[in-house]
Design a protein around this ligand. Sequence first.
Ligand SMILES: [Zn+2]
Length: 177
Amino acid sequence: MRAVAIIALLAPAAALQVRSRPPALRRGAVALAAGADDDATLSPKSPMAGMVLLGGTEPAFWSDLNEETREGTFVCAKDGCNAPLFPSETKYDSGTGWPSFWAAGKDAITVDDGGFLSAMFGREVKCASCAGHLGHRFDDGPINTTGKRFCINGAALRFREGLGDRALPCEDAAPSS
Ligand SMILES: [Zn+2]
């Protein structure tokens, strides 16, 4: 009976440790204006964003960011991260139903080494700052660019106009080892 009580006390503390990340990981974070998170669809607190950032995949054509064509930067939707990830000039319409890019910002993401199923399921792409799951990278991108297709969950992103100098140069990300 006493052991059960101790486990019940420890469990919430363990869950808290998994969720919190050290501030040092928030490299490249962008300060957001007050009210910037008013869009419930894109809120990092939305159930879809939470599910996606932990490794899930949103339904195809779920995100309004499929149609986003303005000039700007797509940043990480993880609460408190906001790292710039994809410059708008690398976005293209892949027809898949997920926001697609042919390159990520410099050092913005990590790409796993895939394994033997990567040709079919792609390589997992994560935010380099917070390790939140973003989507997958495939080798069927536009051949006049990098030839890569970063297939990214819109729920893992938020769009920011006018980040100015924070907009990152386009650069294909090398797989992390
Ligand atoms: Zn992040």
